[in-house]
Design a protein around this ligand. Structure first.
Ligand SMILES: NC(=O)c1ccc[n+]([C@@H]2O[C@H](COP(=O)([O-])OP(=O)(O)OC[C@H]3O[C@@H](n4cnc5c(N)ncnc54)[C@H](OP(=O)(O)O)[C@@H]3O)[C@@H](O)[C@H]2O)c1
Length: 367
């Protein structure tokens, strides 16, 4: 009797399932083409958008693809290595995640990846050079190539991810290449949205994880370098929100909500992971660069590069954030630290409560 009535209830629920469309179901692309969302919101709905995410196999990319897949967007995920896209396939309903092999030097493959999309995200770019790719080849030439082909294929919107510290005068070749990339993208695709996040933290980050494993590298500059860490979920949400918004033809800065020194972050990592604060020596810049160069040439896997050593001496730009434009409120690093650092606790300490170090005086960015 009970089963029969619950079946009847679920049937009437299904019959009442919201099939109504609202004003929010309609997005109009700059060419006036309508994009209409269908179905109950969620994984199996259809947002109506077709999106390409270059760099989807990276740290930020996986969270963006997940957020897009969750609202029923068809996402093309260009990949280089077969194994790097496997986890992405499950982030959308059947047929919604479309992996395509690509090479940043192949114009034909880039065109194949983006020609059916109404929005293209470019998240490509590692923060170290390889024997095949210099910073400039990826962050400037590669970015310009994607922008040009997107323009030629009639893609309506391009979102290019740069870095908060991108600058033509930076002492870091990475930041200079990021700036050159922005300029070239703007020249070719003036309507592009440029996104400048600061250093991101999350499960696969190179901030909290790296501090837990290699604290010595964060003691450079007496750990006094100031940074504005931002949660990768917040940046991914900001990027996903752009899809439903009208085209924003400018640069948006997405720094974290607070400016913190490496010293505080090292304290945070030690307190949360219940391990002693590192007493490693402070290496002079020249020595650290020399060691980074030597180690980098001796092993095949990526290690701390000399340019990364340089970046450890550069404070994050004090530019104000544009979070209100993208409709996201960035969260503080203390709220998430335990999620990403619990794995560094010993078995005895695994479930102990979290104690956070006191915040030093917060240095607010100058407006
Ligand atoms: N992580 C941060 O803290 C941070 C902060 C500010 C800005 N950003 C910027 O945000 C973007 C995403 O960062 P992320 O941390 O997600 O980067 P990531 O984890 O290093 O991933 C980089 C992505 O770019 C692809 N890629 C790199 N070099 C390539 C090449 N030569 N040809 C084709 N694909 C290439 C990688 O593909 P494979 O998997 O095939 O290698 C991967 O998908 C980057 O532009 C980065 O500069 C990052």
């Amino acid at each position: 009797m009970l089963a029969a009535s619950s079946r009847a209830a679920s049937l009437s629920g299904a019959l009442r399932a919201p099939s109504q469309r609202t004003y929010h179901s309609l997005t109009t692309l700059p060419s006036r083409k309508p994009v209409i969302a269908q179905g109950t919101p969620g994984y199996s709905a259809v947002s109506g958008h077709r999106v390409t995410v270059f760099g989807s196999t990276g740290f930020l990319g996986r969270y963006l693809v997940s957020k897009l897949g969750k609202i029923g967007t068809q996402v093309t995920v260009p990949y280089r290595d077969e194994d790097m896209k496997r986890h992405l396939k499950l982030m959308g309903d059947l047929g919604q995640i479309v992996p395509l092999e690509w090479d940043i030097r192949s114009e034909q493959q880039i065109a194949e990846c983006l020609r059916h999309s109404d929005i293209v995200y470019n998240l490509v770019g590692r923060d170290y050079e390889t024997k095949n790719f210099s910073y400039s080849a990826v962050h400037a030439d590669g970015a310009a190539r994607i922008a040009r082909i997107a323009k030629e294929c009639g893609v309506e919107r391009l979102v290019h991810v740069s870095h908060l510290n991108a600058s033509p005068d930076s002492t870091s070749a990475f930041y200079r290449a990021k700036f050159e990339g922005e300029e070239r993208v703007k020249e070719i695709f003036p309507e592009a949205t440029i996104i400048r996040p600061s250093i991101m933290y999350g499960y696969e980050d190179k901030l909290l994880n790296n501090m837990a494993i290699w604290p010595i590298y964060w003691r450079l500059n007496q750990s006094q370098t100031q940074c504005r860490p931002v949660h990768v979920f917040d940046v991914a949400q900001a990027l996903a929100n752009l899809m439903e918004m009208s085209r924003i033809e400018r640069t948006l800065n997405l720094p974290g909500p607070s400016t913190l020194s490496y010293e505080f972050l090292l304290d945070l990592v030690a307190s949360v992971s219940l391990r002693p604060v590192s007493s490693a020596p402070v290496l002079p810049k020249g020595l650290a660069k020399w060691a980074a160069n030597l180690v980098g040439k001796s092993v095949w896997w990526p290690t701390l590069s000399p340019d990364e050593v340089e970046r450890r001496f550069i404070d994050d730009a004090k530019t104000p954030g544009d979070w209100d434009v993208v409709g996201v409120t960035p969260s503080e690093i203390e709220n998430h630290a335990i999620t990403y650092l619990r794995r560094y606790r010993s078995a005895d300490n695994f479930i102990r409560p979290v104690t956070l170090p006191p915040r030093p005086t917060i240095i607010e960015p100058q407006l």
